[in-house]
Unconditional design. Sequence first.
Length: 201
Amino acid sequence: MNRYEGIADRGQREYIISHLDESMFVEAGAGAGKTTLIIDRIVAQIEADIKPEEIVAITFTNAAAEELRGRIVAEVKKRSVSSEKLKSVLHNIENMQISTIHSFCATLLKERCFEAGLPMGAKVLEEDDDKIRKGKIFDLWLTTLNEDELKEMYKVSDTSNKESKRVIFDNFSKLVDVSEYYKIEEVSEEEFQSFIVYKET
């Protein structure tokens, strides 16, 4: 029995699954069956000789990507019992690119690092790693200052004024963000100060 039997928009759903050479925009409320429709369309693509490694599905979260992958694989395995075509792709069904946009782009950059001007082994910087990196750069910059410069910079960031200290580091982080290739020795005090909003003690 067709899983869409008795559904009011059955015709539209079947159209989406069968017209694989057309781009579709599907809008529906929660629980309407959008994910099931995506699964059926992807399985239909595989049955139409589209290789798993040629299929890309983008989700908002990693959890959603893993759930979608699991459901697609389960559906292919279930239907492979009566489909030789689906049975023949079981060995590489996991080669589908189902991920967030960040992971998808990271995969492209990893595969084509030289074309992108990146070193081999380049990876996406996670938020926690980014904080550590900025902290190290901040500490390195401090080593370039003499005693008088350090006193000047920290006069609004002593232990009695934690907010000022946070402002200094946050604005330094902005400097790092906008200057990905900024060499630490090229950061002058004047440039650094331009990113700092002083707070009166």
